[in-house]
Design a protein. Structure first.
Length: 64
């Protein structure tokens, strides 16, 4: 029933590397796309926003 001995310096370095790798993965997803992919994503987001806005019910000043 002995606990595993851990070198804190090595643990911190390993943890830092893992965090950097996670950030690098996010950056690859965000910035590693072609111009066509970026334009497609932008167009899809704009279409979804327009669709969302069309379903919106606006209150008139008489209802207030």
């Amino acid at each position: 029933m002995t606990a595993e001995v851990v070198n804190l310096r090595q643990f911190k370095k390993k943890q830092t590397r893992a965090e950097k790798e996670k950030q690098a993965e996010q950056n690859r997803i965000s910035f590693g796309r072609s111009k066509a992919e970026k334009q497609l994503t932008k167009a899809l987001n704009e279409k979804a926003e327009r669709s969302h806005q069309q379903g919106r019910i606006e209150k008139s000043e008489d209802d207030i």
